[in-house]
Design a protein around this ligand. Structure first.
Ligand code: LLP
Length: 431
């Protein structure tokens, strides 16, 4: 037995848009068996309705308050996904020039874009200034100085929030915790007032807000409230220094249900945040949020086909056609993803490790799951809509999977499966 406990996942965990109908797993009205058959596997499948449901939960939680949701697009940056969120009214949290280019390619409004990230380069600052983003979330004093000089040279003014590191424990996996002192992110809260003072005197900089992002897959409200408390104290201090802010960005990080977690609902968080803002005299501030995973995670599955069943003395392996290069989360974080047979068998299951064909022992997708399998069966790896395809690579010269968006009883291929030609594009041999 591995670190993961033996269990069967008989029913879809995260989203009602994935459900069994006549013994076959469906995304909305589309059979996943048919999709796997028509388009091959591995295959990412998203539900358009699930995206809308997740976004609406934030909108409803916002109510009549001034809230801008900037989708943390690193979670899933397919153009069709971006376009859908833009249509629903979302802004975007970007972390690179490439993500900015995607936002623009999707036809979204750059005035609703916040630009995060610790390593912004000159060309990225220039592109964002030319596009007219809402705000740069500046993560260090050297970055602030560079932005000032880039903006001044362009004859522009850069709207700025400082990303403050509030030193709170998000109580999540260490790799996805970002608000602790030892993390590389943000400006230490104790040094923030001094950095704001500098920002307010630098040419080409307009101070507009404050920002933090404490981590990801957070299921408790307290870390957010701790961070908010520290931010509000800072805002009050800035106020007394004559530095007036327009918005407060609390970042993303709300968790989803992979297994048996109880996710923090946007409304639970926002009700508490609004109460704090009102009672402490900050009701005028616009609230910005940067949710990624909670908008897309349970809106997607990855389909994969069993190639071989290898029964050994120590373990049973289901060797499938998807691997760590297609879905990296288990290898990187020992992340748990549900595994559902697309057409479940009635025979009793046995314990399997679901592994890929890549030449690494870390190449596993799930461990110790009770499954009843035959060669050729299709499995759905759940909760793969966030940090799935975007983290895929070509290790072992494996083309990346196709992506499909289901919409009611129709589906659209929103990214073709890569070909061998795609893999070697740009390579050349010596003369
Ligand atoms: N804003 C900033 C500045 C971020 O760094 C992130 C995520 C987000 C927003 C969105 O966070 P979310 O709402 O998705 O938790 N690859 C990891 C997750 C890395 C998250 C990085 N930052 C995983 O697969 O769990």
């Amino acid at each position: 037995m591995t670190a993961q406990s033996a269990k069967t996942t008989a029913t879809p965990a995260g989203s009602p848009n994935f459900h069994y109908k006549n013994g076959v797993l469906h995304a909305e009205g589309v059979s996943l068996a048919a999709l796997a058959n028509d388009l091959g596997t591995p295959l990412y499948v998203y539900s358009r309705a699930a995206l809308a449901t997740a976004f609406t939960a934030y909108q409803q939680a916002a109510g009549s308050h001034s809230v801008l949701i900037c989708y943390g697009m690193k979670a899933n940056s397919n153009l069709a996904v971006l376009k859908e969120f833009a249509r629903l009214g979302s802004g975007f949290d970007i972390v690179s020039g490439g993500e900015l280019a995607r936002v623009l390619a999707a036809g979204a409004n750059p005035g609703k874009v916040v630009f995060s990230g610790v390593g912004k380069q000159v060309w990225e600052m220039q592109a964002a200034l030319n596009a007219g983003v809402k705000c740069f979330n500046v993560e260090s004093v050297p970055e602030l100085k560079r932005l000032s000089s880039v903006a001044t040279q362009m004859g522009k003014t850069a709207p700025v929030s400082l990303r403050v590191n509030p030193d709170v424990d998000a109580k999540t996996h260490p790799y996805i915790s970002t608000g602790l002192k030892e993390n590389k992110f943000g400006i230490a809260i104790e040094e923030a007032a001094e950095a704001y003072k500098l920002a307010s005197t630098l040419p080409g900089i307009a101070v507009v807000g404050v920002d933090c992002h404490i981590g990801s897959q957070i299921t408790e409200v307290d870390p957010y409230l701790d961070a908010l408390d520290k931010l509000l104290k800072l805002i009050a201090q800035l106020d007394s220094m004559g530095i007036k802010l327009k918005h407060l960005d609390l970042g993303g990080g709300l968790g989803i249900r992979y297994d048996d977690e109880t996710p923090l609902a946007p409304k639970v968080l926002l009700d508490r945040v609004f109460t704090q803002l009102q009672t402490r005299g900050f009701g005028h501030l616009e609230l910005v949020l940067e949710p990624g995973r909670s908008l897309v995670g349970n809106a997607g599955v990855m389909l994969t086909t069993v190639q071989y069943l290898k029964l050994t003395e120590a373990r049973n392996f289901a060797i499938v056609d998807a691997a760590m290069n297609d879905l990296m989360r288990p290898a990187l974080y020992e992340a748990w993803h549900g595994v559902l047979p697309v057409a479940p068998r009635t025979t009793e299951g046995v314990l399997y490790d679901v592994v890929g064909p890549v030449c690494e022992s870390a190449d596993w997708l799930a461990r110790a799951r009770t499954l009843s399998l035959e060669q050729g069966d299709v499995l759905a790896i759940e909760s793969a809509g966030a940090y799935g395809f975007v983290m895929a690579g070509n290790y072992n010269s494996r083309p990346r999977p196709a992506e499909v968006m289901v919409d009611g009883d129709r589906f659209h291929v929103i990214r073709q499966r890569e070909t061998f030609e795609d893999l070697i594009r740009g390579e050349s041999c010596l003369p």
